[in-house]
Ligand binder design. Structure first.
Ligand SMILES: Nc1ncnc2c1ncn2[C@@H]1O[C@H](COP(=O)(O)OP(=O)(O)OP(=O)(O)O)[C@@H](O)[C@H]1O
Length: 309
């Protein structure tokens, strides 16, 4: 395991920010930390990044204990915080060169490294622009480049997409996919849930400092199967289809037909096939019949429903 948290708790005075958090991330995986504001995501990420000490438990990055061996951990880890500090009078190149210096990259290697990093995050055209003149999306990409100066194998990205417009989010997502392609292990947090579904191999849902669900995106969605929605699209015969669906004992919560039917189906796969047979045999021109695309937002709301009252 590349990242591991074992029975981690963190208290700020009376406040329990994390309680007995356990999770691990395999080499080369993208793990999404999902939770509402204040859930404890940043706290967990700060502990892994050696910037905050836990109250209890142990955390490991690439096998190194973050509390006992922080220097080794920092060598293999790149951390992107959820805010971007203000840097007056520094260009993008100067900014990255400064951090490359902090990581003791030899001066002669810095120009090529910085050029590569700017290219990776699509900022080559802004090399000489002042950092505080860049858009939020560009600053986020520069911050990501900064976390990569020492070529870490593990990346911890705290809400990298927050405050970005849709285009900037897509750009960022593409870069993160590229980093995954390079074999990096990535822990990323967000409360923009559907976005993580596409990007992440596994997710952990965190609420009030506790991990309430963790695993492959599909497994977590399946736990929610009883809520599964289905979609039916037809070319015609909507009234006939409505009648058949209404009479089917496994169908509930049928909506009015607006471009498609959506309904809940509580039968087996066999019974699902049976319903399709019946629709077609009755003359309904079915163009689509299947499960509604998993909406991570719904899954998240269902899982966290009622937690903490
Ligand atoms: N330095 C601190 N002192 C006291 N309480 C803190 C401190 N930092 C965080 N907290 C509290 O700990 C809890 C967890 O905060 P944390 O920032 O880890 O959550 P988060 O999931 O990252 O939230 P967000 O999405 O808003 O960043 C919150 O209740 C927060 O108010």
């Amino acid at each position: 395991m590349v990242i591991e948290m074992v029975h981690i708790s963190k208290r700020y005075g009376q406040l329990h920010a994390l309680t007995d958090l356990n999770f691990s991330v395999k080499q080369g995986t993208v793990y999404g930390f999902i939770g509402p504001n204040g859930a404890g995501k940043s706290t967990a990420m700060l502990i892994l990044s050696t910037l905050l000490e836990q109250s209890e438990g142990e955390a490991f990055v690439c096998g190194e204990n973050v509390r006992k061996n922080p220097k080794a951990v920092r060598q293999s880890l790149g951390y992107m915080p959820d805010f971007f500090g203000v840097y007056d009078n520094l260009t993008a190149v100067e900014y990255l060169e400064f951090y490359a210096g902090a990581f003791k990259i030899p001066a002669r290697k810095r120009p090529a490294l910085v050029a590569d990093l700017l290219e990776l995050v699509n900022l080559s055209h802004k090399a000489d622009a002042y950092v505080d003149s860049l858009s939020r999306g560009m600053q986020q990409r520069l911050s990501l480049a900064r976390s990569l100066v020492h070529d870490p194998s593990v990346l911890i990205l705290d809400e990298p997409a927050s405050g970005l417009d849709p285009r900037a989010r897509i750009e960022l997502r593409e870069i993160i996919k590229q980093l995954r392609g390079m074999g990096k292990t990535i822990l990323i947090s967000s409360h923009i849930l559907p976005e993580l579904a596409e990007l992440c191999d596994e997710i952990g849902v965190i609420e009030q400092g506790r991990m309430i669900a963790s695993g492959p995106v599909r497994d977590i969605s399946q736990r929610n199967r009883s809520r599964k929605q289905m979609i039916l699209r037809t070319l015609s015969e909507e009234e006939l289809a409505t009648r058949i669906l209404d009479e089917c004992p496994f169908v509930s919560q049928l909506n009015e037909y607006v471009e498609e039917f959506r309904f809940r189906f509580d039968g087996t796969e066999q019974q699902k096939a049976g319903l399709l047979h019946e629709l077609i045999a009755a003359g309904v021109d079915v163009v689509f019949y299947g499960d509604a695309k998993e909406n991570l937002e719904d899954v998240f709301l269902a899982i966290t429903e009622g937690v903490g009252g």
